[in-house]
Design a protein around this ligand. Structure first.
Ligand SMILES: [Zn+2]
Length: 402
């Protein structure tokens, strides 16, 4: 059983190292620290620290939620979704090797269970055993995901830790047809670029050994430059840059970026610093939010279960909804809220994402999902974990293919 101390530790770690920010291989199936510990008295104690606040009744679309990694976790996912304050979720997939190969299909199973409430942004596979060059082509994969009924794509290739492992840069020929396809279909993209600037200058503990400033990683500006090349070639890309484009350290630069690319959107999935950075100048950020109120989407970076009562979730909402000054998980984290008006909040919590990804999730396409499953079967058969993956795929097929 968890002690109060360990629960606090879990909360601390989970706030400071949220999903896409943590120093771990993007390809691995990820599991976030269990926020829903199932220990009600301790949970109630945690919640007591966040008082009720205005406009907390607005239902939310979580545009950045990581899906369950195994089909066995489905009951846990569905239980979290019983909360009616969660209008819908967008399951952003970071597939990888072994079990991670099946992640897009697992997320589509969640959509099959909740067709009106689960969007799926699939992710690309790289160098999977059994995959030909044609099958590893990003454009081929994007089409396959689109035809299966995915709503968009999630990219983490330009997070520095991922960037280092990639053979091809995003502005290279390798991705050209892929971005063309996304632009043509207006298939939206949730895209993680760079990381909080502190990771280069004053890295958090998980990054100390590999510190971005060590010379092993590209400067943030190099990565931002590659993304600029893509945007220049594909200005109609329907993109949501995750974590406020990791640019909350410089509001003027961020504003210029938003002005330059009027199609660009951003999400509010917390990194380790964005909310603290914004709290340093809430008046200026309030103006930013009002000015770009049509282009900001709420997201939590939680996974795999959503819960509007977890403290992080409530900190994010209190920050947006109120003018309160309050401390976060650590005493040195002071948040100063933006106190946004209800019509602005409704856009951020729901309407913007619905405009970008559709008022309801795309339906699963039976033929397309069958092709995707057959594709994955080929990789499963070439995998060293074949028996385990075949068992997973059998359960997946039972849900997706009738
Ligand atoms: Zn994430």
């Amino acid at each position: 059983m968890k002690t109060a101390v360990s629960l606090l530790l879990v909360a601390l770690v989970s706030l400071s190292l949220s999903f896409c920010q943590a120093a771990k291989p993007a390809g691995k199936a990820e599991a976030k620290a269990p926020q829903q510990a199932g220990n009600q008295p301790e949970k109630a104690q945690e919640q007591a620290a966040v008082p009720p606040f205005a406009n907390d009744d607005i239902p939310v679309i979580d545009s950045h939620l990581h899906p369950i990694s195994e089909i066995e976790q489905m009951p846990e996912f569905l239980k979290g979704m019983q909360d009616t304050r969660i209008k819908a979720v967008n399951l952003v997939c970071i597939p990888g090797r072994e079990k991670g190969t099946l992640l897009n299909l697992v997320a589509l199973c969640c959509k099959a269970e909740l067709p009106k409430r689960a969007y799926v942004f699939g992710g690309l596979l790289y160098d999977v055993p059994g995959g030909s060059a044609e099958e590893m082509d990003p454009a081929f994969q994007a089409r396959q995901l689109w035809e299966a009924g995915c709503d968009g794509i999630k990219m983490i290739e330009t997070k520095p830790t991922s960037w280092k492992r990639m053979k091809h840069r995003v502005d290279s020929e390798f991705y050209e047809k892929y971005f063309q396809f996304l632009e043509e279909k207006q298939m939206p993209l949730v895209w993680h670029v760079a990381d909080p600037w502190t990771y280069w200058q004053n890295p958090p503990p998980a990054y100390v050994k590999t510190g971005y400033g060590s010379g092993d990683f590209p400067p943030a500006d190099q990565i931002y430059g590659e993304v600029d090349h893509v945007m220049t070639r594909h200005p109609r890309l329907k993109v949501i840059f995750a974590h406020m484009y990791n640019m909350c350290f410089d509001i003027d630069r961020f504003t210029r970026f938003m002005e330059r690319w009027p199609n660009v959107n951003v999400d509010l999935a917390p990194g380790s610093t964005q909310y603290v950075d914004m709290s340093k100048n809430p008046r200026a950020w309030r103006e930013f939010f009002i000015r770009f109120q049509d282009r900001i989407c709420f997201g939590t970076d939680n996974g795999p279960v959503t819960d509007p009562d977890v403290k992080e979730f409530r900190i994010q909402r209190r920050f947006l909804n109120t003018n309160d000054e309050f401390t976060g998980m650590r005493s040195d984290q002071v948040f100063r809220g933006l106190g946004l008006a209800r019509p602005v909040l409704e856009k951020i919590y729901q309407k913007n994402f619905e405009r970008i990804a559709g008022a309801t999730p795309r339906p699963i396409n039976a033929a397309g999902v069958k092709r995707l499953s057959e594709q994955m079967r080929k990789y499963v058969e070439a995998s060293t974990a074949r028996a385990e993956l075949e068992a997973q795929l059998k359960k997946i097929d039972a849900i997706l293919i009738h």
